[in-house]
Design a protein. Structure first.
Length: 448
């Protein structure tokens, strides 16, 4: 299959190509739905031949993160301690929307256990390897590790994920694809396992920002989505003179400086460099009192630290839950000031969008991150530091791949105040249309 709505052959042919490739997939999926997918693709083929496709995504193979319910399939949540043994009784609302648009669901993708890690490893189902890896395996980032690997490997052109602290944006950047975290509540979370009810959000991973615009136009319940298909003409971007840009690895700093200069040279783009005091204030608040994600994750899953189940948890997840237990009693000021700080973001941006590196480092090797418990925890905290801050501030965001060669696995993150999802998607298209030396799939080789 090429791009959406322009099929090479039939949906059934496209699915057969995908399923042949998936024979070699390693730890990307927790469960393949080959028989069901073939039935869906056959029905889609009939609709195409009759000239009556169900929707914009009719016949498009889609992967779904395994913390999201698919009817008839157990939802593992990347866990053996918290997995559902019974098949889901109904589809999650977002899965129902995908089906209504004609998408073909090919399987459930792997994730960090309980969606509670930015690394992407999983001891229960195996850990997907970043498709950009060369000499040694790199982490995918998490928690939507399998969804990112599925898109970056070319298995699917759309994967569904969730993003609370960066779980779509981080693996998108690390794997060289596009990742979108929606504003909280923009897409229904019915049928999605909770991590932080305050901050959980639906997200999508696609090869390009144009693909993302197409998918969101097909599924966004808000009106006016068709406008996403228009070619973007202009953008006003703020590069903050703050920690999210200053506290990055030297190679990321050099890359970002060069890339911003290229952005500033685009016709119709205005780049402003200035401080946004709300960023430092919000970060200091969380550094002092803890994060909402930690507190709410303990409320949801602290019970798993019971003697009968703690041994079944990923040790890294168990460590985070034990630390999170102490945050429950200190988190009050963080929740109390959230609305005020979110309002401040809109005031300080003054109609502009935020532009910064998605992650402060290039994707590290699996061996480096897993060398010790301390290394894992330090990397996890650093990988999520920018995206967690922006989640707390309620900002939808799109990570756009930009790095190549030795700088592979780097991405721009364009973010906006809550509710301005279409603005960030349009800006992401503008950034993604900039000339690149090589595309992610040219770097790794397309599989279909």
């Amino acid at each position: 299959m090429s791009r959406y709505g322009r099929l090479e052959g039939t949906p059934a042919d496209a699915l057969d190509d995908v399923l042949r490739c998936l024979l070699d997939q390693e730890h990307v999926f927790t469960r393949l739905l080959a028989d069901e997918a073939r039935e869906q693709a056959a029905a889609s083929t009939g609709r195409w031949r009759d000239g009556r496709p169900a929707g914009r995504l009719d016949g498009v193979p889609v992967a779904v993160k395994d913390c999201i319910d698919v009817v008839g399939v157990p939802t593992t949540n990347g866990s053996v301690a918290n997995a559902s043994s019974a098949p889901a009784a109904r589809d999650a609302t977002i899965v129902d929307a995908l089906r209504a648009s004609g998408a073909v669901l090919i399987g459930k993708t792997n994730l960090s256990e309980l969606a509670f890690s930015g690394i992407g490893t999983n001891p229960h189902f195996g850990s997907p390897i970043n498709p950009l890896s060369r000499d040694e395996p790199l982490i995918t980032g998490g928690s939507s590790s399998g969804s990112a690997a599925a898109v970056a490997s070319g298995y699917v052109d759309v994967a569904l994920g969730t993003d609370t602290s960066g779980s779509v944006r981080v693996p998108a950047a690390f794997c060289g694809i596009v990742g979108y975290k929606a504003s909280e509540g923009r897409f229904s979370r019915q049928g999605v396992r909770r991590l932080s009810p305050t901050l959980d959000s639906i997200g999508f991973l696609t090869p390009t920002a144009a693909d993302l615009a197409y998918v969101v136009a097909a599924l966004d319940p808000r009106t006016g989505s068709a406008g996403l298909q228009a070619a973007p003409r202009q953008a006003r971007l703020v590069v903050p003179d703050d920690e999210v840009v200053a506290d990055v690895a030297p190679e990321v700093a050099a890359w970002f400086c060069e890339a911003v200069e290229e952005v500033a040279g685009l016709e119709g783009v205005r780049v402003e460099r200035r401080r946004l005091p709300v960023l430092a204030e919000a970060q200091e608040l969380m550094d002092r009192h803890g994060t909402l994600v930690a507190a709410e994750a303990f409320t949801e899953y602290g019970r798993l630290l019971h003697a009968s189940t703690e041994g079944l948890l990923d040790p890294a997840v168990a460590r985070r839950l034990r630390v999170a237990a102490g945050v429950v009693s200190t988190i009050g000021p963080v929740g109390a000031r959230m609305i005020e700080l979110r309002q401040r973001v809109a005031v300080e941006l003054d109609g502009a969008l935020l532009l910064c590196p998605t992650v402060r480092d290039a994707p590290p090797a699996v061996s480096v991150v897993t060398a010790s418990a301390d290394a894992f925890d330090r990397w996890n905290a650093r990988i999520l530091r920018t995206t967690m801050l922006l989640s707390y501030l309620g900002m939808p965001g799109v990570s756009v791949p930009r790095g190549s060669g030795r700088r592979r696995g780097l991405g721009f993150l364009v973010s906006a105040p809550a509710g301005h999802d279409h603005d960030v998607i349009r800006a992401a298209r503008l950034l993604d249309d900039m000339p690149k030396q090589t595309s992610p799939r040219e770097q790794i080789g397309t599989v279909r």
